[in-house]
Design a protein around this ligand. Structure first.
Ligand code: SF4
Length: 89
């Protein structure tokens, strides 16, 4: 097999990896603006400790606020759902 054939055969796998990475970026992580606004709410909360741990959920908030599907146990902020893209995108 020639080197060019090997690259051509690998192309679909790279496309899948890119789509998976896009999915992770768009569905798994909250956009930075959402994470910042969540963290701003937590900073004012009585349950946040000095090491940024929430006493209600025992989570490290700088990490948790970056995850799209997470929520505040006190209902101060909610999960983020990315807008669905159409098939043409
Ligand atoms: S997750 Fe909710 S309860 Fe916990 S520190 Fe943030 S705002 Fe407060």
């Amino acid at each position: 097999m020639k080197e060019t054939d090997a690259i051509a055969n690998d192309a679909p796998a790279k496309g899948k990896k890119r789509r998976f990475n896009d999915l992770l970026k768009n569905q798994f992580f909250a956009p930075p603006a959402v994470a910042r606004s969540r963290m701003a709410i937590c900073e004012k909360c009585e349950y946040l400790t000095s090491i940024k741990l929430c006493k209600k959920c025992n989570c490290l908030m700088p990490a948790k606020t970056n995850l799209a599907g997470t929520r505040c146990p006190e209902k101060k902020w909610f999960p983020y759902y990315a807008p669905k893209k159409s098939l043409g995108d």
